[in-house]
Design a protein around this ligand. Structure first.
Ligand SMILES: NC(=O)C1=CN([C@@H]2O[C@H](COP(=O)(O)OP(=O)(O)OC[C@H]3O[C@@H](n4cnc5c(N)ncnc54)[C@H](O)[C@@H]3O)[C@@H](O)[C@H]2O)C=CC1
Ligand SMILES: N[C@@H](CC=O)C(=O)O
Length: 388
């Protein structure tokens, strides 16, 4: 039997633990469903990694999942005694380690960190200097650096999966790649790309609860970024718009985007997450006023990413809060739902392409990562469509 050997980067985080638990329930050798069962052989945090070339021992006891899934501390306690932990100076040491273990060319790295420069360097090294594969939910390497970095990372599509960077549970990225491949020019995009901000808008529209209470809920449900300011300053949505636009061929960077945060800038400079969550209470009244005012105009508010290609070839990128009719395609979104409306030459007027799906949450994101992982298997079992 050939295994799909996986190293999970950031495996003890919120999405990471859910990913581990889903894999252990459905995709390992126990499931008997796959010709190439998933075998998690490594797991990293920001200081080091657990490694076992035969598979991490935590996978042997799926009945313990419910003891560690909901807490990073308990998870780390579980992991502590099961397999050997190696500290690293640099994440790239991991590649050398895998080569020394004789496993070069056999690994899929799943990046579920929110890392920046160190993860960019790691992704580049994997793509340029190894034969391994990466599947990423981390948007930073593809969005906050130059379009050249994006181009280098995505040049071997079979070795670089990034469907989960935009609307984690949906086919938004693959649809845009199809437009690129078929030379179908994308002329316009309008999208709600944030589960957190979508949930905030839908709940504020109902009235009754304050902005900060709803934000706290979104954080508990795992919709927010590790630091929720990265949702509220609009950067997370801007990163997704950049990934989309680069996917269909635009050379675009953060400075090309007209970006308006969800709340006033004065709240967005606090690095400590708990202090930040306390300080945003100061935005409660302002957010209530904005939604009340929209309602008086017969409208509601949605946080919208927009791209438009003008006749003269110029393109415009905007991200911000906009008043829209409550019964419009974006105004009618509920909960954490995401939606992207794309116009091309063929797909326009009443033939616009519309994708709606949940776009945030550990369960949805972990499922999206597993789907992408399984879609890359060389031998997939078919013909046995039984519920298991
Ligand atoms: N929460 C969601 O709904 C979605 C999240 N994502 C992305 O998934 C990533 C993880 O999100 P969460 O699990 O919510 O965050 P988290 O903060 O709970 O987990 C991140 C984990 O990465 C580890 N880590 C941080 N820096 C690292 C480094 N340099 N090397 C190795 N490990 C490192 C941390 O120790 C932590 O365990 C983020 O990039 C986020 O944008 C993407 C789609 C949806
Ligand atoms: N914080 C993000 C998570 C997914 O990308 C969101 O709320 O959409």
């Amino acid at each position: 039997m050939t295994y799909q050997n996986v190293v999970v980067l950031g495996g003890s985080g919120n999405v990471g633990r859910e990913f581990m638990s889903q894999v252990m329930r459905h995709d390992t050798v126990f499931s008997k469903k796959h010709l190439n069962p998933t075998n998690i052989i490594g797991l990293t945090d920001s200081k080091g990694f657990w490694f076992n070339r035969h598979g991490l021992n935590i996978q042997k006891n799926p009945e313990n999942i419910y003891k560690w899934r909901d807490s990073k501390e308990t998870f780390n306690t579980f992991m502590r005694d099961l397999d050997e932990y190696h500290q690293y100076d640099n994440l790239c040491d991991l590649l050398k380690f895998i080569q020394d273990e004789g496993m070069a060319g056999e690994i899929v790295f799943v990046d579920i960190t929110a890392g920046k420069d160190d993860l960019r360097d790691f992704h580049l090294k994997v793509i340029n200097d190894s034969e391994e594969t990466i599947i990423t939910a981390n948007k930073n390497p593809l969005s906050i650096y130059s379009t050249d970095v994006f181009g280098t990372l995505t040049r071997f599509r079979e070795r670089y999966g990034f469907l989960c960077t935009v609307m984690a549970g949906a086919n938004a990225v693959s649809n845009l790649l199809d437009y690129y491949d078929t030379s179908e020019i994308v002329k316009k995009i309008e999208a709600c790309f944030s589960g957190t901000l979508g949930y905030l808008c839908a709940e504020l529209e109902k009235g009754g609860r304050s902005f900060s209470e709803i934000l706290n809920d979104a954080k508990i449900m795992g919709y927010t970024e590790p630091h929720p300011k990265d949702d509220l300053n609009g950067i997370d949505v801007a990163r997704k718009l950049i990934i989309c636009a680069r996917t269909f061929g635009h050379n675009v960077s953060m400075t090309d985007i007209e970006l308006e945060g969800f709340i006033d800038e004065s709240f967005l400079n606090i690095d400590d997450v708990d202090d930040f969550m306390e300080s945003v209470k100061g935005a409660d009244q302002d957010m209530k006023n904005k939604f009340d005012s929209a309602k008086r105009n017969g409208k509601t508010l949605r946080y919208i990413a927009c791209f438009e290609l003008h006749e003269n070839g110029n393109s415009v990128f905007k991200v911000g809060l906009r008043e829209v009719p409550p019964d419009s395609p974006l105004g009618s979104l509920k909960g954490s739902a995401n939606k992207v409306i794309v116009e091309t030459d063929i797909f326009c007027g009443d033939k616009q392409s519309i994708i709606e799906s949940p776009g945030a949450g550990p369960d949805v994101t972990a499922w999206g990562l597993r789907r992408e992982l399984l879609s890359r298997l060389t031998g997939r079992k078919g013909g046995d469509y039984k519920l298991t």
